[in-house]
Design a protein around this ligand. Structure first.
Ligand code: NAD
Ligand code: DAU
Length: 376
């Protein structure tokens, strides 16, 4: 079991990263170290998602102190770009970083089709910058790496490409990415493994299926559909609606990430998934029932707003993850059923109107600009 002390979390203000930080600080008694969240606060990064964590564990809980060695502070926020090498280097030194968990990315497939460049910059160059800075800062002078260090790279099942009606992705399935997003993530996976093999950087890697849960930006299927239902807007289904995704609750994903970080083999790759495949259209009808039940809507009326639209170019047909390796070797198991997870997710969106208003109006970006300057 590794003892991880000073963790640099990249992209900790995004959907999965903010849930990871919350779980680690609030629900993981075995972790007593510090977290440094490096996030550029792009459109997808929202400091409001961690305002209460900042208040409980960050500088705001300890007014007047701001040095990295301030005793008792366990959460530090640093606004910046993972491509900014001198910033990344200074964070490694200031906080004596021994662990990186790398979530930061451009993450939305549709945006990658409209504008791939940002995906190459952040997902490829940004990952390279983090890996190379870790290599430099963790080398002990004789060429060996710091013993207690770990770089965990977060990736996606999309790197494996698209499945037909049968089969599942295993850790040995060859990469076959189809979108600029998945191609950029596959590149970053190869870079991470190359740093392990070439330089002995202690790298672990996980490839996960579709996450859902609190704080997900409402461009992704589940939150988009929930908010459109609540506002009586059309529910846009791409193509014939028969594409299949495997859904996992974000806390289950993050517990798996933590498990790999503590016990995974260096150079090891671990698939994470919910063993929970759904056709988009079937998922949508289920979600309509959940939202209608909780929000007092008429499900038949909501169903009338389902609207088939032009398909996503290169739309992968089916993803399915074989996660038997992490279950067998590291003892991880999914804990949240889909029914339970969807219920919690809908409840969260129903009771966090201020977060949603901030996203919808773009107000949070004004707030970011005022408090942290222009986006990195
Ligand atoms: P997200 O888009 O919600 O959050 C990404 C975060 O990264 C944001 O806070 C953003 O501000 C930050 N960021 C972007 N560019 C940056 C840069 N150059 N420098 C610093 N910060 C930057 O993404 P997410 O859904 O939370 O995904 C997190 C990671 O998990 C990504 O690597 C993604 O590929 C991977 N992943 C996501 C899913 C999913 O279903 N969402 C599934 C598997 C893997
Ligand atoms: O599989 C893991 C990946 O899951 C992650 O790596 C990505 O970061 C994450 O965005 C997600 O990618 P998808 O493209 O699968 O997620 P998205 O929510 O965009 O779409 C899910 C499915 O729903 C997909 O088949 C496209 C479809 N869809 C999506 C939207 C936004 C619709 O039919 N209508 C929509 O409006």
């Amino acid at each position: 079991m590794r003892s991880l002390k000073n963790i640099l979390v990249s992209g900790g203000s995004g959907f999965i990263g903010c849930n990871f930080i919350r779980t680690l600080l609030e629900k993981t008694p075995g972790f007593t170290g510090r977290i440094v969240n490096l996030d550029a606060l792009t459109y997808a990064g929202n400091p409001a998602s961690l305002a209460d964590v900042e208040a409980a564990y960050g500088k705001t809980a300890h007014p007047g102190v701001n040095a990295a060695d301030s005793t008792g502070i366990r959460y530090f926020f640093e606004k910046g770009d993972i491509c900014d090498r001198s910033l990344v280097e200074s964070l490694f030194r200031t906080y004596d970083i021994d662990t990186v968990v790398h979530f930061a990315a451009e993450s939305h497939v549709d945006r990658s089709i409209l504008g791939p460049e940002a995906f190459i910059k952040t997902n490829v160059m940004g990952t390279f910058t983090l890996l190379d800075t870790a290599r430099q800062c963790w080398a002990d002078g004789s060429g060996a790496m710091r013993q207690d260090a770990l770089f965990h790279h977060i990736s996606t099942d999309e790197v494996y490409g698209s499945l037909g009606e049968t089969g599942r992705f295993t850790e040995t399935t060859p990469c076959d990415p189809r979108s600029p997003y998945s191609a950029s993530k596959a590149s970053s996976d190869h870079l991470a493994m190359a740093y392990y093999h070439t330089y002995g950087l202690p790298v672990t890697l996980s490839n996960c299926s579709n996450n859902y849960g609190p704080c997900q930006f409402p461009e992704k299927l589940i939150p988009l559909m929930i908010l459109n239902m609540l506002e009586g807007k059309p529910l846009p289904v791409y193509g014939d609606g028969k594409n299949i995704r495997d859904w996992v609750y974000v806390e289950d994903h993050n517990r798996a990430v933590w498990t790999v970080m503590q016990k995974g083999e260096c150079g090891g790759k671990y698939n994470i998934g919910g063993e929970n495949e759904w056709e988009n259209i079937r998922l949508l009808y289920t979600l309509i029932d959940v939202v209608s039940g909780k929000a007092g809507l008429d499900p038949a009326k909501v169903r009338e707003t389902v609207h088939f639209v032009r398909d996503r170019p290169g739309h992968d047909r089916r993803y399915a993850i074989d996660c038997s390796k992490i279950k067998r070797e590291l003892g991880w198991e999914r804990q949240v059923t889909f029914e339970e997870g969807l219920g919690k997710t809908v409840d969260w969106y129903l009771s966090n109107a201020a977060w949603i208003d901030g996203i919808r109006s773009g107000e949070y970006l004004d707030w970011v600009k005022k408090n942290y300057g222009d986006r990195a």
